[in-house]
Design a protein around this ligand. Structure first.
Ligand code: ADP
Ligand code: MG
Length: 244
């Protein structure tokens, strides 16, 4: 058995605001093992971002427990690169903040950036890069400190369709090659099927696990998966489950 990296056990989270209480998740339980790439889909507003904040330890559950082994890398919808810092300085920022910026760590981070085609952009500013390249830089920045699990909150949804297909391909390839454990939140069924080992379907708010499926493609290339006959079978099933 592979080691569990993230475990949610019967998790409830209540937001208290001046207008009252919102129960974002309740009775939420799932596990993610080392090396797994899990996608979660669920209706808008069901509690997906909340769940990632819980996984990252930014929020504490009102009930139940969240157990995580190791460190997290968190990647958001918009690339969130700082416009006044060069790509290199952006990539080194988490290491800087975590006070892990040794000369060795710096070299490792730059090597990672070079390995994934950012060498010529290290001295550039984010505005000089395409949307796809910025997402790639954001991913490298997230990977640089060597997180044990990647939490991805709809990281492609701000991109136009064509760019999204390419960036998805790109980012998925990097995550696979680096053997990272990943939890990807998305509202895009195709994205989930083309990337994940396993798809978890959430209910409407409060989010709970409605279904979980191991996809079993035996093939990690998102474009090849899209051509696979199983793709539309999964799509139809997940669409039904999401809209049930
Ligand atoms: P999703 O990411 O699935 O769209 P969220 O996790 O962002 O959903 O939000 C789930 C619910 O919790 C929504 O009803 C949202 O309005 C509410 N919510 C999210 N963040 C807060 C907050 N900081 N304070 C109060 N309510 C919040
Ligand atoms: Mg969200």
């Amino acid at each position: 058995m592979k080691e569990k990296i993230l475990t949610f056990d019967n998790v409830k989270l209540i937001y208290h605001t001046v207008r009252g209480e919102t129960v974002a998740t309740e009775g939420l339980s799932f596990e993610i093992s080392e090396g797994e790439f899990v996608a979660m889909i669920g209706p808008s507003g069901c509690g997906k971002s909340t769940l990632l904040s819980l996984a990252a330890g930014l929020l504490k559950p009102s009930e139940g427990t969240v157990t995580r082994r190791g460190s997290v890398g968190y990647m958001l919808q918009r690339d969130e690169l700082f416009p006044w810092r060069t790509i290199e300085k952006n990539i080194l920022l988490p290491l800087e903040i975590q006070k892990k910026l040794t000369s060795e760590a710096r070299e490792e981070a730059k090597k990672l950036a070079e390995k994934y085609g950012l060498k010529e952009f290290l001295g550039s500013y984010p505005a000089e890069l395409s949307g796809g390249m910025r997402q790639r830089a954001a991913l490298i920045r997230t990977l640089a400190p060597g997180p044990d699990i990647l939490l991805l909150d709809e990281p492609f949804s701000a991109l136009d369709y064509q760019t999204r297909l390419n960036v998805t391909q790109d980012v998925a390839g990097i995550i696979r090659r680096e053997h990272k454990t990943a939890l990807l939140i998305t509202h895009d069924i195709s994205e989930a099927i083309s990337l994940a080992d396993r798809v978890i379907v959430l209910t409407g708010r409060p989010a709970r696990v409605a279904h979980t499926h191991s996809l079993g493609f035996g093939e990690d290339d998102p474009l090849k998966r899209r051509e696979n006959r199983q793709f539309s079978v999964w799509f139809e099933l997940l669409w039904k489950e999401l809209n049930a």
